[in-house]
Design a protein around this ligand. Structure first.
Ligand SMILES: CC(=O)SCCNC(=O)CCNC(=O)[C@H](O)C(C)(C)COP(=O)(O)OP(=O)(O)OC[C@H]1O[C@@H](n2cnc3c(N)ncnc32)[C@H](O)[C@@H]1OP(=O)(O)O
Ligand SMILES: O=C([O-])CC(=O)C(=O)O
Length: 450
């Protein structure tokens, strides 16, 4: 048998060997996607880090959808963002301090923390050379590989004591911007023939400023402040989001920090999770080309219906940037990002595109609800990824780094959750169960197989 054919043959067998009938989930009371019948997530842990609120439990049973709220260590993210805007301050480092420690820093603590971050931003020479070697590959994959490589430079990589976990967390938060900026510049050099710049991070700059400096040298105050707010908004989302849960699951085995974080990066890359920010921009560009009248509700609705019927665009049946496992009425981050996008669009003369995106948001929600009818009772709103790509684009950032930027922010939540996972008294390896639904059968010797 030809080697190429065996792949085809094996792939064909999957059609039946991987088929699991939907009814079996109900029959065995299995929570598909770790979700209860009402769509809420199955409770699998306790945390004191982030709180994602999308509904209330009614005393008589059932859920009541409410406008979404997000809390970092008990503080409302909207208050944090508005406080930072009012003070005209960079806030991502402060949020990292809050999420890692549980408390906001005072001025002295923040100063020392900023110094520590700055000191840890440069990469090992070998890591830079290895990123150079990986020219042009997906930046999320380069990030994961560079993180795994950090293990080899760490004098104490497997030590899971609190001090060591904190040291590793701060190093990861500090080095992500450098890895991403270098990886992009090398990508740009090898795919677009642009000059290659490897800029050393500067002292006394915030993470957002230093990232923009390493990426493109010149940037405006507005660009740096906008990036900082995006980093603040994506830093944490409870223990149940797929990438954080992945980090918690891997951490529960006692594995090293770099292995757990690399797993989280792999999860975030997916188009249903952090990778959706890239998908939204791709979908937006597609809609700009395929919808003639950007103000026509009728034309937009018709196109979205075709998308939901898997007839056009990527034929997945999905409208990206819409829907969320917890939020139903609104994602508070999407509301804040929409305001940011509106202001930036005004400043950059891109109001027509913003108006189109806003109308798409409205029509996607409405079309989805009409398409599903009352069958599932599922309500959707836009999520954090709906406006983030448009904002990144307006501040001159390239598409290849949209999902890596999400990781550059979420590394804070991942490390905070890893520390929590390894430091509570009743901790256990996370090990749920799968019900096997295949009957047992006798072993057949190779000569008797037909
Ligand atoms: C940072 C983040 O991760 S935010 C999320 C980013 N992801 C996206 O924007 C991708 C598009 N959205 C989605 O795929 C989903 O809404 C998710 C994965 C985010 C959340 O999904 P859930 O809340 O679990 O929705 P659930 O899986 O219960 O789906 C309910 C039904 O609505 C459908 N649905 C949910 N969202 C969408 C969507 N955006 N477009 C089309 N259909 C959708 C599902 O396909 C499912 O249909 P089915 O019952 O016929 O199988
Ligand atoms: O909570 C989720 O499932 C996804 C999400 O919005 C995030 O991780 O920011």
């Amino acid at each position: 048998m030809k080697k190429e054919y065996i792949i085809y043959k094996l792939s064909e067998t999957i059609k039946s060997s991987c088929k699991i009938e939907n009814e079996l989930f109900t029959q065995f009371n299995v929570k598909r996607g770790l979700r209860n019948e009402d769509g809420s997530g199955v409770l699998v842990g306790l945390t004191k880090i982030g709180n994602v609120v999308g509904y209330e439990r009614m005393p008589e049973g059932g859920l009541k959808a409410i406008p979404g709220k997000l809390f970092y260590r008990g503080l409302d993210v909207e208050d944090i963002v508005h406080g930072l805007i009012a003070d005209k301050r960079f806030g991502f480092e402060e949020v990292a301090y809050l999420l890692l420690s549980g408390n906001l820093p005072d001025k002295e603590e923040l100063g020392a923390f900023l110094e520590l971050i700055n000191e840890n931003m440069p990469l090992e020479q070998k890591t830079t050379m290895n990123i150079l070697d990986l020219e042009g590959q997906n930046i999320m994959n380069i990030l994961a590989r560079s993180v795994l490589e950090m293990y080899t430079f760490d004098p104490n990589p497997d030590d899971t004591s609190r001090d060591n976990l904190m040291r590793q967390s701060i190093q990861l938060i500090s080095k992500f911007p450098t890895i991403i900026a270098y990886a992009y510049n090398i990508f740009r050099h090898s795919t677009q023939g642009r000059s290659l710049h490897i800029r050393h991070p500067k002292e006394n700059l915030s993470i957002a400023e230093n990232f923009l400096f390493m990426l493109k040298k010149d940037y405006t105050e507005l660009e740096a402040r906008t990036l900082d707010l995006l980093l603040v908004l994506q830093a944490e989302h409870g223990g149940g989001n797929n990438s954080t849960f992945t980090v918690r699951v891997t951490s529960s085995t006692g594995t090293d920090t770099y292995s757990a974080i690399a797993a989280g990066i792999g999860s975030l890359k997916g188009p249903l999770h952090g990778g959706a920010n890239l998908q939204v921009v791709d979908m937006f560009n597609h809609l700009k080309e395929n919808i003639g009248d950007w103000k026509s509700v009728k034309e937009i609705d018709k196109y979205f219906n075709c998308m939901l019927r898997k007839e056009v665009y990527d034929k997945s049946g999905l409208i990206y940037g819409i829907g969320h496992a917890v939020y139903t009425i609104s994602d508070p981050r999407a509301i804040l990002l929409k305001e940011l996008a509106r202001d930036l669009a005004k400043e950059k003369g891109r109001e027509e595109e913003f108006a189109f995106l806003e109308l798409l948001e409205d029509r996607a929600i409405e079309t989805f609800s009409n398409f599903k009818g009352n069958k599932s009772g599922k309500r959707v709103s836009s999520n954090v990824d709906f406006y983030s790509g448009f904002v990144y684009e307006m501040i001159g950032l390239p598409q290849e780094i949209y999902t890596p930027l999400f990781a550059m922010s979420r590394i804070v939540g991942w490390t905070a959750h890893r520390i929590e996972e390894l430091n509570f008294e009743g901790k256990r390896i996370i090990r749920p169960a799968y019900k096997n639904v295949l009957e047992e059968r006798p072993y057949v010797p190779i000569n008797e197989r037909i």
